[in-house]
Design a protein around this ligand. Structure first.
Ligand SMILES: O=C(O)C[C@H]1NC(=O)NC1=O
Length: 246
């Protein structure tokens, strides 16, 4: 039995629920999935600033999970993987970011992939992650459907069509074998888009869940030898006082 906690770093509860449903549909027998989002922060994450603010919320949700004591792994369900390394410092449980998970999965089924994300301005965040994780040469292009994140909920039909159109352009122009969807809010679209576009389509919530299950099943844990060791205990002031002496 593994309990996997999925953290939606934005504060839109309906997106958290959609992310939970998508993950739970793929959970193995014996896996318990739970989902949460920070009490405060951006309703959607579409910029460096949004990422920075949401990273604090991710850390707070991991600390809550550690206090609960029964979480075997965490998934950070925003394509920018906000606060991923900081989250790993706070727990021995594996912590999987959905961008990193999707990149790994995509390279297991194709030599080259393109990313289709929401707004073009967030493409640089994915570009930085490709570099950081060592997947830069696997990714042919970072494309955007040019839809705000919450349009996935507010205008799902328009959003779906724009995503599929951009996926088709990627398939026809980029010399790729697979597509990575660049938003946690796209988690429930994978199969439908894959059927319509005719390529493997990978998104990070479900990829992250299955990788987290594998890490737990292998008995792997976040190393506490080196840079992912727990933070040195120290006082924190002001709004972060509850981070004191972790
Ligand atoms: O980076 C993006 O465009 C998508 C990212 N933003 C968000 O609120 N959830 C996400 O996965």
């Amino acid at each position: 039995m593994a309990h996997i906690r999925i953290i939606n770093p934005n504060t839109t509860a309906s997106m958290t629920a959609a992310i939970y449903r998508a993950a739970n549909d793929y959970a193995a027998v014996g896996t318990e999935v739970s989902a949460c989002q920070p009490a405060s922060g951006p309703v959607s994450i579409e910029s460096h600033f949004d990422e920075a603010v949401s990273a604090v919320g991710v850390a707070q949700e991991v600390l809550k999970g550690e206090r609960e004591g029964n979480i075997d792994a965490y998934v950070v369900a925003c394509f920018g993987d906000p606060g991923l390394l900081a989250a790993r410092e706070l727990t021995r449980a594996p912590v999987v970011g959905i961008a990193e998970a999707a990149f790994h999965m995509a390279t297991l089924v194709s030599t080259r992939f393109s990313i289709v994300t929401t707004l073009g301005r967030t493409g640089i965040i994915a570009e930085h992650l490709l570099e950081q994780y060592g997947f830069r040469h696997h990714c042919r292009r970072i494309r955007a459907a040019e839809i705000p994140v919450l349009d996935l909920e507010h205008h799902p039909e328009v959003a779906y069509r724009r995503i599929v159109e951009e996926c088709c352009r990627a398939r026809d122009e980029d010399g790729i074998g697979a597509i990575v969807l660049g938003c946690g809010g796209m988690a429930n679209l994978t199969q439908e888009i894959s059927r319509e576009v005719g390529l493997p389509v990978i998104e990070g919530v479900t990829a992250g869940l299955k990788l987290a299950e594998s890490l737990v099943g292998l008995g792997l844990y976040t190393s506490k030898h080196g840079d992912l060791d727990y933070p040195r205990a120290k006082p924190f002031t002001g709004q972060f006082a509850d981070f004191s002496n972790l």
